[in-house]
Design a protein around this ligand. Structure first.
Ligand code: ADP
Length: 562
């Protein structure tokens, strides 16, 4: 093979190569004029400094010589011209890069349009440019605000600079909203504007906000899971969902609770790289999968974060294209950012031994994020979890209003055979996605990841002399975190707090996110139990009519488990 093994010293955070994500948490990257240079800035700085010194030295020598010989100062020889050009060019360069930076340091509190943060690897709840105050009400667009709205409507001020220009996120949202209303001729009266901390989403959760959508949050529970009780927050507008999950929780609690085990924990990212030949792609595959190289790769990868721990790399080829599925522990973070930074570190490092490697994309879809894919179903992504409970015959009859044989038969025909007929991929369940999505929205997870997070096979079997029901849900790709992303927002963080999994677990990083994954699976178990029972008892349409189409007087509606 054409690569050589390189010895690496201990991980050193500052070693992250130029062009990679910033290694240090909390750093952010601003666009610099120097980004446009063809060479790294430290090289151009040296080059122009040397040019400046040499040309100045030469011109001073020439000046002294002219004075000594009495020659007129303005007469130039051929060799004087490049020296003067070099001197002026280096002077302009040095003033641009050092002089302007010096001046900027005095006026840096005033942001320009171009001053936008391009990337941020750390929550940036309220940058200097955005105060938490909201001095103006939505309606009070007068004076300055009226002028700004007109400028935005006329296209003179881009809508996306409002936060940075005004330093007030609430005011920026109000002005943007008014501008949009004028541009479209349509009001947004029903969309609330006040009552939300816009600075908390800046640079992290949502760009160009004009308001927020309200979603009701219901509580199902207590869910008795691994000996502890949880009240599960669910954000949904689907009638019956919370009530039905609640009924499942009740059945589980009456049957000594559910037991859940985390089988695997690892977030994945799979870049795609291209070589001139399939042979070279295969060489890199063998290199990455060689256990002797793992330690080195691990050191390079883990520089991305103190929480990142590389677990393995699985490679797959498509001709001369190589897909490398990196898997790593990410502590309590869901981990997409963390794993991506680690992958970038490894790609930069590999470029030394594989200079012919053409990096096509940091994500090559073998990851696979937010798309149904067999790789997640088989290999797992995020937390792979199994959850089970034995529901007593009496509870099946009294609470779920059905029988054990009816449930077992329905599960076989619907969740197993029916899904096989449909050609399902990870969809061997009744409605795991309903519960997953409602909890994801309530707790600030990425709801788009419900695609693979809802992969679930529900199994049912008669046990204890065919009296009781053994039910299990096996979910290989629950992607959740309790830090980062939307989890730090006030409402979502309150829901995490209710579950006792808010933020980072300082004693055992990753324990909070793993516990959250078990709660998701336990709630799915409850949801499966209840919906399957409703179907087996032929109650589904009846209860939906009661909750979705009933009069608004909910007190007249009977709970589904009555
Ligand atoms: P993600 O990787 O899920 O997209 P972030 O990029 O926001 O999320 O990463 C989480 C951030 O939180 C990282 O910068 C990490 O250093 C920090 N952090 C603090 N405590 C923890 C923890 N216990 N587990 C994981 N990350 C943590």
């Amino acid at each position: 093979m054409e690569f050589r093994r390189r010895a690496l010293s201990k991980p050193h955070r500052s070693l992250t190569p130029a062009g990679a994500f910033p290694a240090k948490s909390g750093s952010s990257t601003r666009v610099q004029a120097s980004d446009a240079l063809p060479l790294p800035i430290r090289h151009t700085n040296k080059l122009f400094s040397v040019l400046f010194m040499v040309s100045m030295y030469y011109l001073m020598c020439r000046w002294r010589e002219k004075i000594r010989t009495g020659a007129p100062l303005h007469t130039l020889t051929l060799s004087d011209i490049p020296a003067i050009v070099g001197f002026i060019a280096s002077l302009v360069y040095l003033i641009s890069f050092f002089g302007i930076a010096y001046v900027q340091s005095f006026v840096s509190s005033h942001y320009d349009e171009d001053d936008f943060l391009l990337s941020s690897d750390q929550p940036a709840p309220c940058p200097l440019t955005c105060s938490k105050k909201s001095p103006l009400a939505a309606e009070s667009l007068f004076g300055d605000d009226e002028e700004i709205v007109s400028a935005v409507v006329a296209g003179k001020i881009p809508s996306y600079v409002l936060e940075a220009k005004l330093g007030d996120c609430r005011r920026a949202a109000g002005i943007r909203r008014e501008a949009i209303s004028r541009l479209t001729g349509r009001g947004m009266e029903g969309l609330p504007l006040d009552g939300f901390d816009y600075s908390s989403i800046l640079g992290q959760c949502c760009e160009m906000p004009v308001g927020y959508v309200q979603l009701p949050v219901g509580i199902a529970g207590p869910l008795l899971l691994n000996g502890k009780e949880y009240f599960v927050p669910m954000a949904t507008t689907e009638g019956c969902l919370v009530a039905s999950t609640n009924r499942g929780c009740k059945a589980i609690a009456l049957s000594d609770g559910a037991v859940c085990v985390v089988l695997k924990d690892g977030m994945t990212r799979a870049p795609v790289v291209r070589f001139a030949t399939a042979k070279r792609a295969a060489e890199l595959k063998f290199f990455l999968e060689d256990p002797r190289n793992f330690e080195t790769l691990e050191i390079v990868f883990n520089r991305s974060s103190r929480f990142a721990k590389l677990q393995g790399i699985k490679c797959s080829l498509a001709g001369k294209n190589l897909y490398m599925r990196f898997s790593c522990l990410t502590g309590d973070a869901m981990g997409m950012n963390m794993v991506s930074k680690g992958v970038q570190n490894v790609l930069d490092w590999l470029q030394n031994d594989f200079p012919d490697m053409d990096v096509i994309s940091i994500s090559g879809n073998f990851c696979s994020d937010k798309k149904p894919a067999a790789v997640n179903w088989i290999e797992g992504r995020g937390k792979s979890v199994v959850c089970e409970a034995i529901i007593k015959e009496e509870t099946v009859r009294k609470v779920l209003k059905t029988t054990v044989p009816a449930l077992v038969e329905l599960n076989t025909l619907k969740n197993l055979a029916g899904s096989a007929v449909a050609g399902a991929l990870g969809g061997f369940n009744a409605h795991a996605s309903n519960i997953v999505t409602a909890i994801y929205i309530a707790t600030g997870q990425d709801p788009a990841q419900n695609v693979e997070s809802s992969h679930c096979i529900t199994m049912m079997e008669a046990v204890n002399d065919n009296n009781d029901l053994h039910i299990s849900v096996t979910m290989p790709s629950i992607e959740v975190g309790t830090v980062g992303g939307g989890t730090q927002l006030a409402a979502q963080s309150a829901c995490l707090n209710l579950l006792g999994v808010k933020g980072a677990n300082s004693d055992s990083p990753g324990a909070n996110s793993r516990l959250l994954a078990t709660i998701v699976a336990g709630s799915v178990l409850a949801g499966e139990l209840s919906l399957m029972s409703a179907l087996a008892a032929g109650q589904l349409v009846k209860s939906h009519m009661k909750y979705n189409r009933s009069s608004k007087d909910i007190s007249k509606a009977l709970p589904p488990d009555s």
